[in-house]
Design a binder for this molecule. Structure first.
Ligand code: NAP
Length: 312
């Protein structure tokens, strides 16, 4: 019986690599675990996990020999770390290899929102350029002020890119960092007040849930734009939608949503919102690197070597 399970919606090549390397038992959903025979479950020591469904005590208890959850992705907020720790289960993620892609997407969301690129493209495709003339004037992106909420790997990569656009950089994290002149704010509301675009690059989870509150959104103001490439749970979405609908903020660029992919339909009706289907790390090159790093963590665990990128 195999010691490894791959759980989640993997690309066919990723799934094949997990099957070839580890003879992994594959399940599309975490909830399918309960249907696996008890002896087969009892043999599983490592899970290569790709998904956002909560991986908590109930799921861990279905796998009595579990020693590793190797997460596909840097954000491990779906995995209950306390429950894992209590059972002696190690957890790994895939940091760094996806940083550039996610930062690129954040910049793209910002530029698309400010320069109305989605609507302008439609203007040309639908023949209005030829029939009615040039597209309406929009808002300059460069040379403004940007706030980074969460100056970690991805937050820094966004800030470095923004410097190339002549932006003044402000940020909030749990602690002040050494930066090339970027301005620290101890409070997210003060950060939002100081900038015209707020980029959210925080970790998800209970501690940061709703940190982009109604107050933060209000502080961003009617010329402000919110860009979120981190997690939907970080934002008070009702407050965001109310502010967008009332024009109390200028717009948003969002790759992540609460309840995704079943997102609040109010977003679809708002032309000031650029929507991406959680594809921040979704280039072929980055996904290949993430899948390889996940496999390296599983292999290291099964061989008794040091884990490449441990969380706990
Ligand atoms: P990271 O290096 O761990 O950075 C996370 C940042 O969050 C750090 O700056 C940290 O502050 C800050 N933070 C954590 N708890 C906080 C709190 N209570 N208050 C204020 N700040 C807090 O992680 P990363 O690699 O940049 O990734 C960030 C997130 O992006 C991931 O967790 C994931 O959810 C998301 N993500 C999304 C996609 C996508 O496809 N859209 C892809 C990859 C990642 P300190 O620096 O002070 O510790």
């Amino acid at each position: 019986m195999t010691e490894t399970a791959s759980i989640g919606r993997y690309q066919p090549n990723e799934r094949a690599a997990l099957a070839e390397t580890f003879d992994a038992l594959h399940l599309d959903r975490l909830s399918d675990l309960a249907r696996v025979d008890a002896p087969e479950r009892a043999a599983i020591r490592a899970v290569a996990y790709k998904g956002h469904a909560p991986f908590g005590p109930a799921e861990m208890d279905l796998l009595p020999s579990l020693g590793l959850i190797a997460n596909y992705g840097v954000g491990y907020d779906a995995i209950d770390l306390d429950a894992a720790q209590a059972r002696g289960v190690r957890v790994t993620n895939t940091p760094d290899v996806l940083t550039d892609d996610v930062a690129d997407l954040a910049i793209g969301l910002w530029l698309m929102q400010r320069r109305e690129m989605e609507q302008a493209s439609r203007w040309a495709r639908e023949g209005h350029w030829k029939a009615k003339g040039e597209y309406r004037l929009n808002t300059q992106a460069s040379r403004g002020t940007a706030g980074i909420l969460g100056l970690g790997r991805i937050g820094r990569a966004i800030a470095r890119r923004l410097e190339g656009f002549g932006m003044e950089i402000h940020y909030h994290s749990r602690s002040e960092k050494e930066t090339p002149g970027w301005r620290y704010h101890a409070d997210p509301v003060a950060l939002a007040e100081a900038v015209d675009t707020l980029f959210v690059a925080l970790v998800g989870g209970a501690e940061t849930e709703g940190m982009v509150s109604a107050e933060v959104i209000h502080a961003l103001g009617d010329r402000g734009v919110l860009v979120n490439i981190a997690r939907g749970s970080l934002v008070d979405e009702d407050a965001l939608l109310d502010a967008l609908e009332a024009g109390r903020i200028a717009g948003a660029g969002l790759d992540v949503f609460r309840g995704e992919p079943d997102i609040d339909p109010r977003f679809y009706a708002l032309p000031s919102v650029v929507i991406q289907p959680h594809q921040g790390s979704g280039s072929r090159q980055t996904r290949a690197a993430m899948a390889a790093l996940q496999r390296e963590n599983v292999a290291a665990f099964l061989d008794g070597r040091d884990l490449a990128t441990p969380v706990i």
